[in-house]
Ligand binder design. Structure first.
Ligand SMILES: Nc1ncnc2c1ncn2[C@@H]1O[C@H](COP(=O)(O)OP(=O)(O)OP(=O)(O)O)[C@@H](O)[C@H]1O
Length: 481
């Protein structure tokens, strides 16, 4: 009975909501088979979001269909069970951002452009210059370390970054709220820094006096070492603990730096306790960072962990068109499609390719079309074609799943072999120019329909199963960077 009610309800929601909202938040919900009307969400973020934004509407629709009991939203693996009723809470209230700290006029002026805390090497008094704050770009003495072009507006949404974008937007609106810290992870050049800084830029746009600091983890370490040498740890601590939002990029560099981890752990706790927002990026999932203390790994997972994955073809085209428009480059759709088809590894490389094409076009005074792009990117494409071969993919996949390359060619059908084989086929389709029959041939002489089936299956599994999504993205990263 619940099944048919939910079916009607979900159809109604699909009619009511924009498709991206429906696909992101409601499509992933699964009706549990337990006695109570329970919807299972794939992760805590979706569960919380649905509780905050959609549960009332769901309940109302169900009531119209004659169902009057409360419903529950749970996380599919059973974590964080939290019953909800129709009158569930509203979205988190906005926390006012403190406006107390201004850079000291007497503080030493730093020429360093990267470090927000400048500890001068002099005996008395030890001063820390706070160069931090947002500060409207270009205004006043205060320097911003945020790239003003990294905004939500300039960020192209796609399936590969949808959750990360939604989470970032949510946090930008509710600084220090329910999702703290935000941990964004994913491969090189996929937009982690862009998203993190978009949050920072948004906070500052809302409140130009907000204290937002963005820095690379290596900078944090270097500043701390300097503070230690100069006996200036109290100032160091005070500074970091006074922020509204601390944005630390690439925290994998904390690995094996025990003293920095210790200090960061305390800073981190102090910020979380004060409801100050912490945003971290990393090239991998927290648990996979070797040389990072377990307590930090576990703490990173307290808030919200979201992945950015390599963008699919449509998103790559959209990103190219957007970048071309921003740079006032006339890029025909067909040429964008060609670039996007051939440059698949990450967005930074897409941007690099576009820059190269537009520089060539300017230099030669030519209009950009596909033939021109082919010529301008000749070397790059030749290099890339050489790098990703089916053999390479098979070797990498076999190593990753700890199976033999010959298993990928064999007829064995056990899942421990068949799944990696399907993943390897899908990667071959995505990363090489080989046709389906050629790929089938390279996998023990299989039919092209088997390859097509594998590609569809892997696509579906990536959408529904986190492990497969991560495996695929790890392999993609290994093969393309
Ligand atoms: N979805 C997107 N829309 C628009 N631009 C994007 C998108 N994703 C990435 N970019 C652009 O790609 C470039 C690289 O992104 P970014 O520096 O954020 O990557 P990253 O994931 O932080 O990489 P790294 O791990 O190397 O630090 C930036 O110029 C960014 O603006």
């Amino acid at each position: 009975m619940h099944e048919s009610l939910w079916q009607q309800c979900i159809e109604q929601l699909q009619n009511e909501l924009p498709s991206h909202q429906f696909n992101t938040w409601l499509r992933p919900l699964i009706l549990s088979e337990s006695g109570v009307f329970t919807l299972l969400a794939p992760n805590r973020f979706i569960a919380n979001w649905v509780r905050d934004k959609y549960v009332q509407r769901i309940q109302t629709i169900l009531e119209e269909l004659g169902y009057n009991d409360a419903i529950e939203i749970e996380i599919a693996n059973g974590q964080g069970k939290k019953p909800v009723v129709a009158s569930s809470r509203q979205a988190g209230a906005k926390k006012p951002i403190q406006m107390d700290l201004k850079p000291s006029a007497s503080a030493p002026v730093s020429t360093s452009s990267a470090s927000p805390v400048v500890i001068e090497d002099r005996k008395q008094p030890k001063e820390i210059e706070v160069q931090t704050t947002g500060a409207k770009r270009g205004k006043g003495k205060v320097q911003s370390y945020l790239n003003p072009s990294f905004t939500f507006k300039s960020f192209v949404e796609g399936k590969s970054n949808q959750l990360a974008l939604a989470a970032s937007q949510q946090i930008a609106e509710n600084v220090g709220g329910a999702y703290n810290p935000l941990f964004i992870y994913g491969g090189v050049g996929l937009g982690k820094t862009h998203l993190m800084q978009a949050i920072g830029n948004h906070i500052i746009d809302q409140n130009p006096a907000a204290k937002v600091v963005y820095l690379h983890s290596e900078r944090f370490v270097a500043d701390m070492v300097k503070a230690l040498q100069l006996n200036a740890m109290p100032e160091f601590k005070k500074f970091y603990r006074s922020l509204d939002a601390l944005l630390i990029d690439d925290i994998q560099f904390f690995a094996k730096k025990d003293r920095s981890q210790e200090e960061f752990f305390h800073t981190f706790n102090a910020l979380l306790e004060g409801n100050q927002q912490v945003i971290l990026t990393c090239d991998r999932f927290p648990k996979e960072i070797e040389g990072l203390e377990d307590r930090l790994k576990s703490r990173f997972g307290w808030g919200l962990t979201v992945a950015v994955e390599p963008p699919d073809l449509e998103t790559r085209v959209a990103i190219l068109m957007k970048k071309a428009e921003e740079q006032k480059v006339k890029l025909p759709g067909e040429a964008a499609f060609f670039i996007a088809q051939r440059i698949r590894s990450n967005v930074r490389e897409l941007e690099g390719a576009l820059k190269r094409v537009s520089a060539n076009a300017r230099f030669t005074g030519s209009a950009i079309n596909t033939a021109f792009v082919k010529e301008a990117l000749k070397d790059l494409l030749a290099l890339q074609d050489k790098q990703v071969s089916i053999e390479n993919i098979q070797r990498t996949v076999a190593e990753y799943y700890k199976i033999k390359i010959s298993d990928l060619h064999s007829k064995r059908r056990s899942r421990s072999i068949a799944r990696p084989r399907q993943v390897a086929m899908a990667l071959s389709k995505e990363l090489t120019q080989h046709s389906l029959p050629e790929i089938g041939e390279a996998f023990g002489g299989r039919d092209h329909t088997t390859v097509l089936h594998a590609c569809r299956k892997v696509k579906e599994l990536r959408e529904t199963i986190q492990d497969i999504r991560e495996d695929y993205s790890n392999l993609h990263r290994t093969l393309t960077t």
